[in-house]
Design a protein around this ligand. Sequence first.
Ligand SMILES: [Zn+2]
Length: 285
Amino acid sequence: MTKIENFSYPENFIKYLGTSGGRFSMIRQVRSTGGLWFRYGGIQGVIDPGPGSLAHICAARPELAADEADFVLLTHKHLDHSTDANVLIECMTHGGFDERGLLVAPRDALAGDDPVILKYSQKRVPRIVSPADGQPVGLGRGVTAEPVAHVHHGVECFGYIFRREGLNDWGIISDSRLMPYFAERYQSCRFLSLNATFPNAKSRLDHMSIEEARQLLTELHPQAAVLTHLGAMLTSPEGEHFLTGLDTKETHIVAAEDGMVVDLDSLAIYRERRGEPAAVRYEKE
Ligand SMILES: [Zn+2]
């Protein structure tokens, strides 16, 4: 680890606002929840703003500006992914006074019996898109997000592949059963963020495990990958040891930590030490 003096965010980056997932690590806040922030190709926004997302954005050092978000994107409507979506929309639209921003959310997050995005919030966003498998959504400035259908406990759920000419393709795999087409669809990604909730495969659950994520990464072999949404690994005493020694032959695989930053150009990974003074808060992996 190399300590970095006066860290600044790379041009294109992801920051993990929270890295826990699943109900028990969420309700105990064993680690933070709140999804991730990214800036890529000149646009920025938040994915899966679960509990605490806005607080972590406002507390981030270096600073992040919630009111400069260009989009709010939900992979699916579950609480650990969506509770702060309405307030993030309030930030993005400057309290509802400015016609700005894009909301990308599955249909069942917007309509039906139990929508998590309030109608009040939906009225404030000038552009709302519900993803369809394989049909890229323009996020602005030439950045596209290609939705990849996930299978996840009866809710509509999508991962995404982000592309912009001249930049690295990268992708997120959200909560899902491991689907055979992932190994083909995510092929062009140089970096992947994957939700891995259990150490070993559990066929009755629509969640990927660390075991399955590594198997998939062996086929995709991106340069780097981060595993996040680390539910069971955080709530059981024996879980932590599944979070080290993850590399495959061709891919550097890191278990996410709250505040971690990934440079989407160099694919360098920076760990944050939140207790440290801001000037020496980051160290290079
Ligand atoms: Zn879920």
